[in-house]
Ligand binder design. Structure first.
Ligand SMILES: [Zn+2]
Ligand SMILES: [Zn+2]
Length: 364
């Protein structure tokens, strides 16, 4: 089967024929239909996040189940599924606390880029090919832990809902699960890519009365306004903290940093009002340190992290699909480009040029 291979850090992906094994116990073989291109894929390609090579990236995958291994009960052959890279064991201390996104058993998927048992189902001429996040969705087929799959109605377009698996979940969950944004409040969002636009939509759904979109790219700000932002700020136009404080009358109730930069994490903490909550959603470099004004804590401000939207995919993906169907969560505008697997590198060019909110790779 064809897959987009990362052969060296810093290089482009190349589409090649590789081998795939059938599913083992607790796993499912998927005919991939669509896979969203997430910023963390870019970070893996460029050494910002660790990735072994050769490997197949892509974790916002949606497709149709072709076969399941022994013991799989949540999906069966023919089911339409969305993958969330959070298969969770159900028994570790975090799973018991309903925090599956922190499950201690998922480490092999993220650290070693293998399945949960430490091996890969992918190979090339007998040599191992790693599966990033245990998913490896930039391919015609994928074997994934069945626990990572959420069954969806066959009438739902997979090229739209694939992005629910990571980027949209991260943004929507940051609003609904981490910050728990309340009706009538004010919100600022730094960075209006796929995640930031999901934050904006979730804030609208939660009933925020003011949503300030901050992004240097005019087309992204325009899209943010179409999706629910009430105000827009170009950060290149001056002191962004001052601008947001002025627009909100002294600071926002909730601020969301969706870029992953230390200076913008500090800004988002500074722009929330006393007692406000700043949420760091973007993924910074592992060695980064943030400098914030400690006096903010004397104003009862909070700075919170949010991993994967503090989400529970089997609870949150069906809920987001209902919002998609009712027109409240608009995905068709967020998925601005559909790109065939053969042209996958174009998706990263678009991402770095600010040319599109989210690209989805189509397997045909
Ligand atoms: Zn992602
Ligand atoms: Zn667990």
């Amino acid at each position: 089967m064809r897959a987009a291979i990362l052969d060296a850090i810093g290089s482009a992906l190349s589409v090649q024929n590789i081998d795939i094994e059938g599913p083992r116990a607790g796993e499912a073989l998927i005919r991939v239909k669509a896979c969203g291109v997430c910023h963390s894929d870019y970070s893996c390609m460029h050494g910002i996040l660790k990735a072994p090579v050769p490997s197949v990236l892509g974790h916002e995958m949606a497709g149709i189940v072709e076969a399941v291994g022994p013991g799989v009960e949540n999906v069966k052959k023919g089911d339409h599924v969305v993958a969330g890279p959070s298969p969770h064991c159900g028994v570790c201390e975090f799973c018991v606390e309903s925090k599956p996104y922190l499950c201690t058993q998922m480490a092999p998927m993220f650290i070693n880029a293998t399945m949960l048992d430490g091996t890969s189902r992918l190979s090339r001429r007998g040599e191992i090919v790693y599966q990033l996040c245990g998913i490896a969705g930039f391919a015609e087929q994928a074997v994934v832990p069945a626990g990572a799959l959420v069954k969806v109605d066959p009438g739902v377009p997979l090229e739209a809902v694939c992005v629910l698996g990571c980027g949209i979940m991260t943004g929507v969950g940051a609003v609904m699960n981490t910050a728990k944004v309340e009706r009538g409040t004010t919100v600022a969002v730094l960075g209006c890519g796929g995640v930031g636009l999901a934050v904006i939509q979730a804030a609208r759904i939660a009933g925020a009365r003011q949503i300030i979109a901050v992004d240097p790219v005019a087309s992204r700000r325009a899209l943010a306004v179409r999706l629910g932002a009430t105000d827009e700020v170009d950060p290149s136009g001056g002191d962004v903290v001052k601008l947001v404080k002025k627009l909100s009358g002294g600071g926002v109730h909730y601020g969301f940093e969706c870029i992953g930069r230390t200076d913008t994490i500090a800004q988002v903490f500074n722009m929330v009002r006393p007692s406000g909550t700043a949420v760091a959603v973007g993924a910074p470099k592992i060695t980064d340190e943030v400098g914030i004004r400690a006096s903010g804590f004397l104003q009862d401000k909070s700075l919170k992290g949010s991993l994967y939207g503090a989400s529970s995919p089997r609870r949150d993906i069906p809920r987001m699909i209902e919002w998609y169907r009712s027109g409240d969560l608009r995905l068709d505008e967020i998925v601005t480009h559909q790109i065939p697997l053969a042209d996958i590198n174009e998706a990263f060019t678009l991402m770095t040029s600010g040319g599109g909110a989210r690209a989805v790779v189509m397997m045909g």
